[in-house]
Design a protein around this ligand. Structure first.
Ligand SMILES: C[S@@+](CC[C@H](N)C(=O)[O-])C[C@H]1O[C@@H](n2cnc3c(N)ncnc32)[C@H](O)[C@@H]1O
Length: 216
């Protein structure tokens, strides 16, 4: 076994063991507790209100879609159901989770984030959690971000939460709006950053009051 110079193997093993135990506990706590609360943090950054039309891009097993439907939003969820990106992924898994949480109103569609099957300005809110970094190639990721923006109505909010590549999304969105905020989260596994972009209504030049403070 490889060991650091001067460090007895048993100590070295103990440090490694504790490190992996801590990671395992953090993963377990995130997937069972933190994730369930964090979805409401994301929806609060989106300022989701009952009755608003919300699109969850790359919904997977429906983490955000189900929470939004419970809050009274009219939810559409879309995914290409990659098993590589998420184990047990699929429309059936989402349907089961929705049933378990007493939700029956979600519209579920098969589709690709890079070519969303909706007309321009169809949604009040577009959210996407831990999805875009999975798309290979910067140009493909840019297409996905631009598509999310295209289907957002004026005064709408786009919220992209991800574990990497978020500077890329900020750069793309900066060409579309000057109203972007970001917030980092160190409680998620892995750490994540949320990008919130507001689509200004050029007619009124206003945006809704924020419910949660976020930093640039
Ligand atoms: C890590 S999972 C996250 C699922 C869910 N958003 C959540 O927070 O639990 C990533 C999801 O993105 C989906 N995905 C990846 N690339 C996609 C694309 N180009 N279009 C639509 N969905 C995509 C995968 O199928 C998978 O369901």
């Amino acid at each position: 076994m490889v060991s650091l110079p001067g460090l007895p193997q048993s100590i070295f093993g103990l440090i490694f063991g504790l490190y992996f135990l801590a990671i395992g506990l953090w993963m377990f706590f995130y997937s069972t507790v933190i994730k369930i609360n964090h979805r409401y943090v994301i929806l609060s950054l989106a300022q989701a209100q009952p009755g608003e039309r919300l699109l969850d891009v790359g919904t997977g097993r429906g983490l955000l879609a189900i929470a939004a439907a419970k809050m009274g939003c009219k939810v559409t969820a879309i995914d290409r159901w990659s098993h590589w990106d998420l184990s047990g992924n699929g429309r059936e898994a989402l349907e089961k989770n929705a049933r378990d949480e007493g939700v029956s109103s979600i519209e579920i569609l098969d589709g690709d984030a890079r070519e969303l099957p909706f007309s321009n300005e169809s949604f009040d809110i577009v959210v996407s959690n831990f999805v875009v970094h999975n798309i290979k190639g910067a140009e493909n990721r840019a297409r996905a971000v631009r598509e999310m923006w295209r289907v957002l109505r004026p005064n709408g909010r786009l919220v992209i939460s991800d574990i990497s590549r978020t500077s890329e999304y900020v750069r793309i969105l900066s060409t579309l709006t000057d109203d972007i905020e970001t917030k980092r989260f160190y409680s998620t596994f892995p750490f994540s950053r949320v990008v919130v972009a507001y689509k200004k209504d050029d007619r009124s030049r206003t945006r809704p009051q924020q419910g949660t403070s976020v930093s640039k």
